[in-house]
Design a protein around this ligand. Sequence first.
Ligand SMILES: CC(C)(COP(=O)(O)OP(=O)(O)OC[C@H]1O[C@@H](n2cnc3c(N)ncnc32)[C@H](O)[C@@H]1OP(=O)(O)O)[C@@H](O)C(=O)NCCC(=O)NCCS
Length: 417
Amino acid sequence: MKRFADTLLVLISAPITLPLALVVAVLVRANLGSPILFQQVRPGLNGAPFRIAKFRSMTDRRDDEGQLLPDRERLTVFGRFLRATSLDELPQLIHVLKGEMSLVGPRPLLMTYLALYTPRQARRHEVRPGIVGWAQVNGRNALSWPDRFELDVWYVDHQSLRLDLLIMWRGVWRVLRREGISQPGEATMEEFKGNPIDRLTFGPGRLLVIGGGGHGKVVADAAQEAGHWSAIEIYDDRYPELANCGPWAVAGKGEGLERSVSPEDEVMVAIGNADKRLALLDRLARGGVRVATVVHPSSTVSKHATVAPGSFIGAGSAVGPGTALGRGCIVNTNASVDHDCRLHDGVHICPGTHLAGDVTVGRTSWIGIGSAVREGLTIGDGVTVGAGAAVVADVADGETVVGVPARSAKANSGADA
Ligand SMILES: CC(C)(COP(=O)(O)OP(=O)(O)OC[C@H]1O[C@@H](n2cnc3c(N)ncnc32)[C@H](O)[C@@H]1OP(=O)(O)O)[C@@H](O)C(=O)NCCC(=O)NCCS
């Protein structure tokens, strides 16, 4: 029924939208260059990827080194006009005809967001994505990501032709009212990095911890203290040789665990090797398994911090406001990660380590026990910071730094030779 109404409306409005699209296409070519379409892979119905097309609204302006300039500088007055009037979305009518999108539905966002949703938020993909959604016509600028997703799920549960007509009407009204108004600062919405912990749901099923080593024990212990799960079971490929992991029985191998997981159960990966941890998290997410977040109740995590699934926050640690932890991160016992830090996927902050504010840590980097990182620094991907180091300058990808102040380990041993 909805497909039929979508198709009908697109065809009926074609005498207006088609010439309009042609005019916009010519203006885009003249003002911003070619290609006139911006294309990107986005999640469609049930998260299945499709290629979305929009009219280009940014130039390809680059700096002297050939790097693209920041979004703000590439968005021209004309581009801003296209976005404010939503004319850049016109090509999506084709996706509606192809059945990849609907006129009304939750906006298709980025593929990377799929792994960050709670099971409830993921329900926004139970319907086809739309050109305009309930979240867009409900005071859109002030809303946080979790609030938007809540509106998307509300829409999924309350879909009707009447509601769709209301949303379309409000959408058109919004465009008309905003016409000509410049929207500074609204160029691009901040990226969704995960949920604040008060938005997460834990349990009520079992917590299945993959990895029966020291870290598995620490995770199981924190989960038991948190008390959200009906049972905690450990899985390790060394089973049955490894029959026990401290007080927790090892229940089986990690291999093929997906098949014995019920929809209420959650799985946590407690493997020290960050690449293995992330690969396993990817596999579980693809298998539709709920990935847990384990937070020790004695830790202090700001409501204004976000945590992606598969991350662990240990006893006595603190995570400050504005900080975002990626997937599969470990903030270990008594560590602190202060305000506005960004930890990319698979980062391990070892026990007793302190990151000052505004520190960025790249994917899978390992910040050794008892080290300190000064504010505002950027540590690259795959970095190792030695135990007890004091990091006072940026660290490049793949480096190992040690000592106080921290220096490249090679330079360190070289100096001694
Ligand atoms: C930095 C580190 C990764 C180097 O490991 P490695 O490559 O095996 O290096 P080595 O142990 O062979 O040491 C190489 C040199 O660096 C020195 N060194 C090693 N670790 C150091 C550290 N943390 N601070 C200062 N110097 C260090 C060694 O003394 C040695 O110096 P030398 O050549 O003058 O003898 C490791 O020592 C380390 O600190 N890892 C962090 C451990 C940790 O935090 N564990 C927490 C688990 S939760």
